[in-house]
Design a protein around this ligand. Sequence first.
Ligand SMILES: *[C@@H]1O[C@H](CO)[C@@H](O)[C@H](O)[C@H]1NC(C)=O
Ligand SMILES: *[C@@H]1O[C@H](CO)[C@@H](O)[C@H](O)[C@H]1NC(C)=O
Length: 279
Amino acid sequence: MNMNLLTLMISLCAETSAYKITQVKVPLYADPRRAAELSCHFRMDDHKLHSVKWYRDLHEIFRYNPSQQPQIRLFNVTGVMVEGGECESDWCLVRVMPAPEATRAAYSCEISTEGPKFMIARETKHMTVVAMPDKDPVIYGAPKLLKPGDQIVLNCTSDYSLPPSDINWYINDELQKPELWHRSELSAVQPGGLRSSWRTLRISVPSDASGSLRVRCEAVLTVEPPVVRDTSAVMTLFSRTQLSKYMFNRGSRIGYRDLMLVSVMFINLNRKLSVSWSL
Ligand SMILES: *[C@@H]1O[C@H](CO)[C@@H](O)[C@H](O)[C@H]1NC(C)=O
Ligand SMILES: *[C@@H]1O[C@H](CO)[C@@H](O)[C@H](O)[C@H]1NC(C)=O
């Protein structure tokens, strides 16, 4: 290798390693109900630190100037309330309370050396405001047994989250596409901007239907990657015609236990169902 080039490379390395940000810790997800802690660790070597700044997107939210009074200044900006900060010789920490909205923002730490050069180093990480659901969604209104001709309305309600969940319904693993105008309905807003959502599914059981019916409800949080929680319910169908045939063949009276047996035997015999979305 050319000696001049080698010398140049060594001096370049020396130059860039002399002051640098060694680690920036920003949580990937921030819960809107509590403050998030962001920290910036750096190394100055022979250089003197002039300032450490934190930015949310392009807006400055924190400034540390060891040679000024006060040393630390905080700036509230749209989308975040800055609760506090502290610094030592090789790190600074800032506590922010995100606004209760599902947003993604870039947080950058910037260190600067003393004048006259004021050389800077900067590192950026993203934080998304999300409140994950704690529980699976709940299906209301599903009876254990269904009779032909029954009309039922199921209601799937998700747990509180930010952003609110989208609800999907499946019947025997088939997605029930809602009409465009039929979106998930939202509850009133809770502290931290959390909401629960619900969507109904109307089922009309045809007079010749039998077998069983499995419904599943999915609550999907559209974050990256999506968070999915689900729950399902199985309802047993029995038809009077098939039941009476069975009774005729057996030639005997049947009791409650036999009835349960019959309904189990008819599982998967017939899955014809008419399904529609309720408003
Ligand atoms: C930021 O806003 C909160 C709430 O309004 C307030 O208590 C706090 O003092 C503000 N901080 C700054 C640095 O303005
Ligand atoms: C569905 O259930 C939720 C929660 O129990 C309730 O707030 C909502 O009004 C119900 N919707 C219908 C159409 O029953």
